[in-house]
Design a protein around this ligand. Structure first.
Ligand code: UD1
Ligand code: UDP
Length: 366
């Protein structure tokens, strides 16, 4: 048993990256905390590598739930989280984002007498076919402290009848993470040399979302569209592949066009360096849309909707879906527009603000 004031419940790559600034802030402020890892991500390349590189302590607990069907995975997390929280009785629990780990954390906590804070609250794709949409809606409706990254997300929460006194606009902790690691990535990463990209213009692709890669036709179309962009603009496209996408490529026996180079998932510094130097980013990731916008790199989103409309509004991103013509047209437009837009996700002090607010609102000595 540990004696935390704050417990972080996390489970996947983006949660580790986006909670790292908050965890570091706890260290700076001498706030006792514990980390409860659900084990949703467990492969070194999606998990341990980030704890090492971001210098985070080993989780105090790891439920090791692993992969599985939604209900099975979430249920195992719920049972495990409840047990740990009942034992440790922290003053507050924090979850981040929209994964099944967030759903389980928020649901487990709302039945206990311990408040839960949802970081990155109020994002909406309005697409209930995405498991993430259900997860974020539930977390927002049961959460006690909702840390919305922008006024846009604050408005979505208000529209759903959530009281203003639960909502705090703080910016997104991804800005803190990018600011804290961008210079380090420039200094330390050798990925451009390793992939022989120092003088070669390239595009960067990530595609892992279930609605894209679990559907063989959509996945194939997406790859065809990206190939067309690569051929038209004479860009090699680097694709650090998520294990889900690799599994589906194998299962569907899809042939990846020569213009797309598959590489392993990258650690954070290498991935930031790849993003920052790309001519164009093509992605279905949430966090990657934000990072492209913050880094000033044009982005084409390979989805029909986005819960990050701020990136569209400032002109940093275009929605292309997975059809070849739209991917080609959107890429053309993004490659030929100017790259100066305002970062809508805050000034990089989200972690500080979150802990400041919690210190005032809870019994914790934060
Ligand atoms: C999950 C999140 C998604 C998020 C993504 C971040 C949900 C519903 N989805 O998707 O919102 O964008 O994480 O990367 O919570 N696998 C491994 N090693 C691992 C983890 C997974 O090989 O460490 C493989 C397994 O084959 C597994 C598959 O990836 O079946 C999917 O993993 P899962 O955690 O269910 O969802 P993600 O696609 O990672
Ligand atoms: N990322 C990384 N290495 C990679 C691909 C992504 O470090 O090979 C980082 C990326 O910088 C971003 C986060 O992972 O901060 C995004 O995670 P992911 O796309 O898995 O999930 P999502 O944001 O879509 O939930």
């Amino acid at each position: 048993m540990v004696d935390p004031e704050t417990t972080f419940v996390l489970g996947t790559r983006p949660e580790i990256i986006k909670l790292a600034p908050v965890i570091r802030c706890c260290d700076r402020r001498d706030i006792p905390y514990s980390i409860l890892h659900t084990g949703q991500h467990y492969s070194d390349e999606l998990d341990a590598v980030f704890f090492d590189q971001l210098e985070l302590p080993t989780p105090d607990y790891n439920l090791e739930v692993g992969s599985g069907r939604h209900g099975q995975q979430t249920a195992a997390m719920l049972a495990g989280i409840e047990e740990v929280i009942l034992e440790d009785e922290p003053a507050v629990v924090l979850v981040q984002g929209d994964t099944n780990s967030v759903l389980a954390g928020a649901l487990a906590l709302c039945k206990l007498d311990i408040p839960v804070g949802h970081i990155e609250a109020g994002l909406r794709s309005f697409d209930r076919d995405m498991p993430e949409e259900t997860n974020r809606v539930v977390a927002d409706h049961v959460g006690d402290y909702l840390f919305a990254p922008t006024e846009h997300s604050q408005e979505y929460l208000r529209d759903e009848g959530i009281d203003d006194d639960r909502i705090y606009v703080t910016g997104n902790t991804i800005v803190d993470a990018v600011k804290q690691h961008r210079d380090l990535a420039r200094e330390k990463s050798t990925i451009l040399e390793d992939l022989a990209l120092q003088t070669t213009p390239y595009g960067l692709l990530t595609a892992h979302r279930a609605e894209n890669v679990d559907d063989s036709e959509r996945f194939e179309n997406l790859l065809k569209g990206v190939r067309r962009v690569a051929a038209t603009h004479n860009l090699e496209v680097i694709y650090p592949i998520h294990p889900r996408a690799q599994d589906r490529l194998d299962e569907f026996d899809l042939v990846v066009p020569d213009e797309i180079r598959i590489v392993d998932p990258q650690d954070y510094l290498d991935f930031l360096q790849l993003e920052a130097n790309a001519e164009l980013i093509l992605t279905d990731s949430g966090g990657v849309q934000e990072e492209a916008c913050i880094l000033g790199v044009p982005c084409v989103t390979l989805r029909d909707n986005t819960e990050r409309p701020e990136t569209l509004e400032v002109g940093a991103n275009r929605l292309a879906g997975t059809e070849s013509d739209m991917i080609a047209a959107s890429s053309e437009q993004m490659l030929t527009t100017q790259h100066e837009w305002a970062n809508p996700f805050g000034n990089g002090s989200a972690a500080e603000q979150i802990l400041e607010i919690l210190g005032k609102e809870t019994q914790a000595h934060i």
